[in-house]
Design a protein around this ligand. Structure first.
Ligand code: C2E
Ligand code: CA
Ligand code: CA
Length: 776
């Protein structure tokens, strides 16, 4: 030890020794700085950084060695061989490069030990090659054990330096290894210098004068400068990459860069989104701020961005979209998180979805949502009731008080229904005045009955027609799942069937679906279907019933009565199928067929015999009814005066003006118009006055009671009086007995019709059959 100190103090220029130490301080600092830089880089980039680090360290340690050599104040002038000198630099660089490779990324204990030894050997190789480059009139002798221990000390220092580097963090990660490396190299250099003796040897001549220190000084200065250059370049590059931050700030998205699961960078947008400052974010685990909805790790690369809820420190909850990508940032393998605020878009989407699934007026779910809910509920298997509701009088309120009042009523009804049901139930508006309710989790029919009673009671209380002219009532049809149907369409259908039945029974009623109802509805559907093909299948025919002069019984005409011979049901009465044909519109072609057939049949009869044809109110909705009648007359050649059209008061109900116009057009053809079934409908004087009818037919219900019911007789008398005042002959229908004939004759009916005179019968060419019936 003493020898070493004496060597440094006695034989060296101390200023240069300090300079040498300073250069290596710089060199080893650069070494560990660059090593740190390399550590978390992608592999290719790491190797580049390691090469730079090896170069810096090798050049640094070499410069140190030569400055120290120049500091040597020995008794002999020293010169150096350029080739060997250059080789020594190369060995130093190589030694460090190999040691880095040995250390690997981890700098584990064993790896550090091996790396320390490799580095020490590299430095030693540099040292002794450098010594061999000395050109002096002396030969060099070494104290081998001392030198071996110097190399060992150096190896230990490098081992500790690498191990410390592998374990420490922050500034000490550079500082401590740097000091250890300086210690190791200084120890090696001066220990081996003191263990080296230059024995004067005149045989070894000096190289020619002039090859002095000049080039060496230049080389060392260049080496030292380039060393500083390396460090500066590294720092500069680092700075350059850091400046990429400007880009991150320029985007609209929040961006965070993660390394080792922590945020190393965050832009201002992200900080704003989270309601904190960017500095608060750096160093934190991003999962405390953002939890992806898909449950997968935040930084995992995804095909689709994940959605996450963010509750910022400002207390606001936002919906964000998070995408993660692997990037190389500042040469490191990192993840970048791009966070986009979806709150506004989500709100808009929710609004659009709400609009698409809700009724704009009442805010209730609409048909779309209801259908989806019904499907889901059925899949769940839970028992529930489906209530179909239809408002009574709503059309009248809307027509009478206007649409604004109608809208207000609908909103009141919506609120009332919402209040009547339980929280989990669903009320939907699916049409103008149609509502549906899904009553969930029912134990049995009783639960649905309770709800129905509650709704009817609420309507009676809140919308009392006696106090509020704008009030409406409600009819309810109920079908239960799973009792009444097991698929959504059938359940809807059954609730509608029940509703239809409720409406049939009158206003403000509720009906529960049952199988009998279903049978009736099915039958009706079948009839509807069959009716449409009845003409083409030649199932329709006409019967004719005589119309006679009450007094003498002379036939004045016949009424055509429609018959339907159904292939499986047999003869279906017109009272059953005519209303259905009217409902589905089939009465239009059927009515036209009757007209043409009746006219053609009448052409076979004596010219003083008329033909009466029943015309449905639905046919009056045709704008061309008069044209059809005219065509039937033309085609058959029947004189218009022989045709009577029987209409009921219901023609005046819907489009009174249009109906009157058609009636006038028909009358203008020369056809007679008869008011049929008078006394059963509105029996309104104004209807009789509105149009110059040719005849009134008293409904057969009055005639059948004329002998036993005084009021029936009074009605007949009143109608006859009414007819007289309007100068209209009155016909009595349904005369079955002689007594009835006598009475209606007494009351003043000039014409009569009924089984007494003849039942409806098939037409026979030349009408002898009919005349035979009449002949009694
Ligand atoms: P309506 O126009 O009042 O026809 C008279 C109905 O009374 C006929 O029944 C007839 O058979 C029946 N009738 C006649 N005399 C008596 C009697 O003494 N006692 C009783 N109890 N009934 C008698 P039908 O043929 O079953 O026709 C029923 C209804 O069907 C008709 O009533 C009419 O409204 C409608 N209808 C029949 N044919 C047609 C048609 O071609 N077109 C239209 N639109 N409706 C028709
Ligand atoms: Ca009739
Ligand atoms: Ca009638």
């Amino acid at each position: 030890m003493f020898r070493v100190i004496e060597c440094i103090v006695g034989e060296h220029d101390l200023r240069l020794v300090l300079l040498a130490a300073l250069v290596w301080l710089l060199g080893s600092a650069a070494l560990f700085f660059l090593l740190k830089r390399s550590i978390d880089c992608v592999e290719e980039r790491r190797r580049q950084w390691l090469a730079v680090a090896a170069l810096a360290a090798g050049v640094g340690v070499w410069a140190t060695h030569f400055i120290a050599m120049l500091a040597y104040d020995g008794s002999m002038p020293l010169r150096f061989d350029p080739a060997m000198t250059t080789l020594s630099v190369g060995l130093a660089v190589l030694g460090f490069w190999l040691s880095f490779l040995v250390a690997g990324r981890g700098f584990g204990m064993t790896a550090s030990l091996a790396a320390g030894m490799v580095a020490a050997l590299g430095v030693a190789a540099m040292h002794f090659t450098g010594m061999a480059a000395i050109e002096a009139p002396a030969s060099v002798r070494y104290d081998v054990p001392a030198i071996a221990s110097a190399i060992a000390v150096n190896a230990v220092c490098f081992f500790l330096a690498f191990a410390a580097f592998g374990r420490l963090t922050g500034a000490s990660r550079i500082a401590l290894p740097t000091l250890l490396a300086v210690l190791g190299v200084v120890a090696l250099h001066f220990t081996s210098m003191s263990a080296t003796m230059l024995v004067p040897d005149p045989a070894r001549g000096l190289a020619e004068a002039g090859s002095g220190h000049g080039w060496l000084v230049t080389a060392i200065v260049v080496a030292a400068l380039s060393l500083i250059g390396f460090v500066l370049a590294g720092a500069f590059l680092d700075r350059m990459l850091t400046d990429l931050r400007g880009f991150a700030e320029a985007t609209l998205e929040g961006i965070a860069i993660l390394s080792g699961g922590r945020i190393v960078e965050a832009n201002a947008q992200l900080a704003k989104l989270l309601g904190v400052s960017a500095d608060d974010l750096v160093g934190t685990d991003p999962t405390i701020w953002l939890a992806p909805g898909d449950g997968r790790p935040l930084a995992e690369a995804r095909e689709e961005p994940a959605e996450a809820l963010v509750t910022g420190l400002d207390g606001e909850t936002r919906i964000v979209e998070v995408a993660a990508h692997a990037v190389e940032y500042r040469g490191r393998q990192c993840q970048v998180l791009a966070v986009r605020d979806l709150t506004a878009r989500k709100r808009a989407e929710l609004q659009v979805e709400h609009l698409a699934t809700h009724d704009a007026l009442t805010g209730l779910p609409n048909r779309t949502r209801f259908t989806a809910m019904l499907d889901t509920l059925m899949r769940s298997g839970e028992a529930f009731a489906l209530l179909a509701l239809d408002l009574d009088r709503f059309k009248a309120v809307n027509d009478l008080f206007g649409h604004t009042a109608g809208d207000a009523i609908l909103c009141r009804v919506a609120a009332l229904l919402r209040d009547a049901v339980a929280e989990r139930d669903l009320v939907a508006r699916i049409g103008g005045d149609e509502f549906l309710i899904l009553q969930r989790g029912i134990a049995g029919e009783e639960d649905a009955q309770q709800l129905v009673r509650r709704i009817l009671a609420d309507f009676a209380r809140e919308l009392d027609i006696t106090r509020d002219p704008m009030a409406v009532g409600v009819s309810i049809g109920v079908a239960l799942y799973p009792a009444d149907a097991d698929d959504p369409a059938a359940l809807r259908h059954n609730a509608d069937v029940a509703l239809y039945r409720a409406k049939e029974r009158g206003r403000g009623m509720a009906c529960f679906f049952d199988l009998e109802m279903d049978r009736v509805v099915r039958e009706r559907r079948e009839l509807e279907h069959d009716l449409r093909h009845a003409i083409a299948r030649r199932q329709l025919s006409l019967m004719f019933q005589p119309l006679v002069a009450t007094a003498g019984g002379r036939i004045v005409g016949y009424e055509a009565l429609l018959r339907w011979a159904h292939p499986t049901r047999g003869s279906v009465p017109p009272e059953t199928f005519v209303p259905i044909a009217e409902d589905v519109g089939a009465i239009i072609p059927i009515g036209e067929w009757v007209l043409r057939e009746a006219c053609a049949a009448a052409m076979q009869w004596p010219e003083d015999i008329s033909i009466a044809v029943n015309v449905s109110a639905v046919q009056f909705q045709l704008p061309n009814l008069a044209a059809i009648v005219e065509d039937a007359l033309d085609c058959s050649g029947l004189d218009p005066s022989r045709l009577e059209l029987e209409v009921t008061e219901s023609v005046m109900l819907r489009d009174r003006a249009g109906a009157l116009a058609t009636l006038h057009r028909l009358k203008a053809l020369g056809v007679r118009i008869v008011m049929d079934d008078f006394g059963t409908g509105y029996s309104s004087l104004s209807n009789l006055q509105a149009f110059p009818f040719d005849k009134i037919k008293i409904d057969r219900s009055f005639v059948s009671h004329v002998t036993d019911d005084q009021s029936a007789r009074s009605i007949i008398r009143a109608i006859v009086a009414l007819g007289k005042s309007l100068d209209l002959p009155v016909v009595a229908e349904g005369v079955e007995t002689e007594e009835q004939r006598r009475m209606v004759l007494e009351e003043g009916c000039p014409q009569a019709q009924g089984f007494l005179f003849g039942s409806p019968a098939e037409a026979v060419v030349g009408v002898p059959g009919l005349l035979r019936v009449v002949g009694r």
